[in-house]
Design a protein around this ligand. Structure first.
Ligand code: DIG
Ligand code: MN
Ligand code: MN
Ligand code: MN
Length: 385
């Protein structure tokens, strides 16, 4: 059966199952849930861990004493129910102070406050045992490019990330940092909009080894991109430090839908890629129940995310064991040892490759059998294989 256990490494943010249904056009439809209660419920569903922004747990205006009380109560719940906190992050997008960005605000006071807030949030995450720290720059962007900060913003962003990586090292927190791209929303344009942009930016940092990406299914999809392709590039670069699983209808606002609820084939491709790659990090659902749902719907949402992943993981296993599918793949991938050897440069190989005769017409005529393979995949997903 497809009942999750902590061994499946499924995690949820406090803000996900705690989402109250507020949207830009309407008030909440659900009462807020307390963090210890969320911990208890997620543990009951078989989750592995829970993640948080600082202010998901500690109100931005809490006193030090209140903060300590809240954290102690949360840690008690974690140990009572055996959940861990693999990832922490900062809310640098809700407070009005960040209305024009945090690390990339044109106001140096805001940039400095963002550093302070993030250091304190990193302290909290370390106290809770988090090893991955996510940066989602929800407000790092523009509506007005005449503001003239397109270049300086990247410099400010880099300075902040370099500072915080050094802080983590100086504190002995040992964080690995994951940049989470998104093309737009809430800003008209967000800096570092895609996985590719983030991977490029990491190369400009002082400690690129400490930085990777936290790709989100909905975000690459909003950009009109194929999420599995983005994840493959992150894996290729050894930079898949974390992942935000959910679903999304193309070219709509960030829906953060239940995993697998929209793009079944895309979800299957992703699950197979993750399982084949040996990715062993958390499988985080950055998603929430539809605004139409009550609390029972919230837990149906959470169960559905994990259940869908496990069903698709089993389908990937069946795909690998299916003789017809494997035969179709063997047809499609045509290897050639001799040519593989020639494709490793030496002056002799280059000379020999230049002299070689290829039957270009035959190469063009060859049928690749992808219609057959793709229908077999559909049959598998439909459950009739
Ligand atoms: C939104 O997709 C972002 C925020 O929810 C959070 O900073 C990050 C963590 O997964 N995802
Ligand atoms: Mn630890
Ligand atoms: Mn999202
Ligand atoms: Mn996310």
């Amino acid at each position: 059966d497809f009942t999750p256990t902590p061994a499946d490494r499924f995690t949820f943010g406090l803000w996900t199952v705690g989402n109250t249904g507020r949207d830009p056009f309407g008030e909440p439809t659900r009462p807020p849930l307390r963090a210890p209660y969320i911990v208890e419920k997620l543990a009951g569903l078989g989750a592995y861990g829970v993640n948080l922004h600082d202010n998901d747990l500690v109100p931005i205006d809490a006193s030090a004493a209140e903060r300590d009380r809240i954290v102690a109560e949360f840690r008690q719940a974690l140990s009572d129910h055996g959940l861990v906190v693999p990832m922490a992050t900062t809310n640098l997008f809700s407070d009005p102070a960040f209305k024009d960005g945090a690390f990339t605000s044109a106001d140096a006071q805001v940039r400095a406050y963002a550093l302070q807030k993030t250091m304190r949030s990193m302290d909290l995450g370390a106290e809770l045992g988090a090893h991955t720290y996510v940066f989602w720059g929800g407000r790092e962007g523009t509506e007005v490019d005449a503001g003239g900060k397109l270049l300086s913003a990247l410099g400010w962003f880099r300075d902040s990330l370099n500072f915080l990586a050094e802080y983590s090292e100086a504190q002995g927190y040992g964080y690995r940092f994951a940049l989470e791209p998104k093309p737009n929303e809430p800003r008209a344009d967000i800096f570092l909009p895609t996985v590719g942009s983030a991977l490029g930016f990491i190369g400009t940092l002082d400690r690129p080894d400490l930085f990777g990406v936290n790709p989100e299914f909905a975000h690459e999809t909003m950009a009109g991109l194929n999420f599995a392709h983005a994840v493959a590039q992150a894996l290729d670069a050894g930079k898949l430090f974390h992942i935000d699983l959910n679903d999304q209808k193309m070219s709509r606002f960030d829906q953060d839908l239940r995993f697998g609820s929209e793009n079944l084939k895309g979800a299957f491709t992703l699950v197979k890629l993750l399982e084949d790659s040996g990715y062993d990090g958390p499988l985080h659902f950055d998603a929430h129940a539809l605004r139409t749902e009550d609390e029972a719907g919230v837990w149906a949402f959470a169960r559905g995310c994990m259940r869908t992943y496990l069903i698709l993981k089993d389908k990937a296993r069946q795909f690998d064991a299916d003789p017809e599918i494997q035969a179709a793949l063997a047809e499609y991938h045509r290897a050639d040892e001799e040519l593989a050897a020639l494709s490793r440069f030496t002056p002799e190989n280059a000379a020999s490759l230049k002299e070689r005769t290829f039957d270009r017409a035959a190469l063009g005529r060859r049928g690749l059998g992808l219609e057959h393979l793709d229908q077999l995949t559909n049959d598998l997903l439909f459950g009739i294989r």
